[in-house]
Design a protein around this ligand. Structure first.
Ligand SMILES: C=CC1=C(C)c2cc3[nH]c(cc4nc(cc5[nH]c(cc1n2)c(C)c5CCC(=O)O)C(CCC(=O)O)=C4C)c(C)c3C=C
Ligand SMILES: [Fe+2]
Length: 482
């Protein structure tokens, strides 16, 4: 192996990711290096840290290893685990022919998603799974043993309200069907691009569970795996939670420990995604009588403020960056509508990201906005929060508040430009697949001595009883706020 070029200095940065691009034939070696340098300069917030190009004479291939860093849009003090703040960066350069899989290689793509109840009977157990997730209800370590009893309590209390919502959209979530369709479309798109891969679906809170998909991947003897969460932006509560489940499984299974894996943590910044969103918005705007007067209303799923401000969740930064990329794309097409971003679907009594969608709608109506186009932006399938919350609740509220013309952009679903871009993301991620090293256990609780555990349990139980029987909590149940 002969090194051809290396080294580009970086600047003050806060995390880095590595991408390996394989290119057949060495005639474009110099061009690739200069492209990489140019691309790193053109990528906002991204800097090429180093690059190394080597030529393998026997394989007749050139390897370009690019290490580059990402600086978050706004510097925030991250007190949480830095694991959550990194993201896989990709260049939109033409990397030439990507090697299609050889005979022994079995590529798998695992799509991660939230999952939803198939029937009304599934609603309460689905909610239990959701609230039992420590990435959804983040209890202090001392109270972790309360996670499941609390999940039981909250899921039973919330089920009637959730059931009404699912009943209004046909008696269950469409998420499983749509995600299966996306998986099928992605498999076809990959085949078109010369990659034969099995595409699996792993849901976090309902069937088919991530654990089921993982068993199938092992059965199929997959030799390289790309993990693709179907959330454009990363949040601790969505992609982070699913990746945490995978990390636990991988740690405990020798097969997965040795399996080359590549995780695409977020992809809201991909040109294909941004353009596909802009296409949908442009099309929907044209259905208004006076398209130029329509306000584009991005409605993102909220998360509690504490995720962003205390736990280092990059979600809000990524969401803001995503909106500005979509608006830039629209501007480049001569579409200069006004726009705004608000957060929907808050649950429970804590503070969530603001401004809240319902409050902004009322405000805009009062200020005299007459035409509004709602754009769901955290998720790429139709689901309860688009079909019920936006199309029914928010539409009703908007019309009541003085907005006269209402429209809603559909979710991307199986839009071909979008699926084709996801396929490109998979192809670009494949070369960097590497075995997941055995993560160090960092839970001091696992190593706690038995006496310490008993003391914690004792005081924890007293506090828990006080908490659970507190008038505030009981009134929340009565008022159906949970
Ligand atoms: C209680 C905390 C919740 C956080 C944090 C949260 C983050 C979050 N969720 C999505 C996407 C979806 N959530 C969906 C349903 C749903 N989510 C919560 C709670 C939190 N979500 C609940 C209680 C429910 C159930 C429905 C309800 O009772 O309101 C779904 C819908 C699935 C479906 O069945 O159609 C999606 C999708 C994102 C993107 C996100 C953080 C960024
Ligand atoms: Fe949610």
């Amino acid at each position: 192996m002969e090194a051809l070029a290396s080294g580009v200095p970086g600047t003050k940065l806060s995390g880095f990711s590595r991408q390996r691009v394989e290119h057949r034939g060495c005639h474009r070696a110099e061009a690739l290096i200069s492209n990489a340098i140019r691309a790193s300069r053109e990528q906002p917030n991204t800097y090429l840290r180093s690059s190394q190009l080597s030529y393998n004479a026997s394989a007749k291939s050139v390897h370009l290893v690019k290490s580059y860093m990402h600086v978050p849009v706004k510097e925030r003090k991250l007190t949480g685990k830095t694991f959550y703040s990194s993201k896989a960066c990709t260049f939109d350069e033409d990397i030439g022919e990507i090697s299609s899989n050889n005979a022994q290689e079995k590529v798998g793509v695992l799509l991660l998603n939230l999952g939803g109840p198939d029937t009304l009977e599934d609603v309460q157990p689905f909610l239990f799974n959701l609230f039992a997730d420590p990435d959804i209800i983040r209890l202090p370590r001392l109270f972790r043993f309360l996670q499941r009893p609390l999940a039981q309590l909250i899921s039973v209390a919330r089920a009637p309200k959730s059931k009404e919502g699912y009943a209004a959209i046909g008696g269950g979530s469409p998420l499983r069907r749509i995600t299966d369709e996306q998986a099928h479309a992605l498999k076809l798109a990959l085949e078109k691009k010369n990659l034969h891969a099995n595409v699996y679906v792993g849901m976090r809170y309902w069937h088919p569970f991530t654990e089921e998909a993982i068993q199938q991947i092992k059965k199929d003897n997959v030799t390289k795996l790309v993990i693709l969460p179907l959330y454009p932006q990363f949040s601790i509560s969505t992609s982070g939670s699913s990746i945490r489940v995978l990390q636990r499984i991988f740690r405990e299974d020798a097969y997965f420990e040795g399996l080359p894996v590549s995780i695409i943590e977020s992809w809201y910044q991909r040109e294909g995604y941004v353009k596909s969103m802009a296409d949908l918005i442009e099309k929907e705007l044209s259905s208004f009588l006076k398209p130029e007067e329509v306000m584009i209303f991005f409605s993102a799923h909220g998360v509690p403020v504490s995720y962003v401000e205390n736990a280092g969740d990059p979600y809000r930064d990524q969401m803001e960056e995503c909106i500005s990329l979509i608006m830039d794309e629209l501007k480049s097409r001569g579409i200069n509508n006004s726009h705004t971003l608000a957060y929907q679907s808050r649950v429970g009594p804590v503070q969530w990201l603001k401004p809240y969608t319902d409050e902004v709608l009322v405000d805009l109506g009062q200020k005299g906005v007459k035409s509004l186009l709602a754009v769901p932006v955290s998720f790429v399938s139709e689901h309860i929060e688009t079909l019920e919350e936006i199309d029914m609740e928010y539409k009703h509220l908007a019309l009541e508040s003085g907005i006269e013309n209402w429209g809603r952009v559909p979710a991307l679903g199986c839009t071909s430009s979008f699926i084709s871009d996801l396929a490109d993301a998979v192809l670009e991620a494949l070369p960097s697949a590497s075995a997941v090293s055995k993560a160090k256990r960092n839970s001091s609780e696992d190593d706690m001595d038995p006496l310490q555990s008993i003391i914690k349990l004792f005081f924890g139980s007293i506090l828990a009883s006080v908490l659970l029987l507190s008038p505030k909590l009981l009134s929340l149940f009565r008022n159906n706020l949970l």
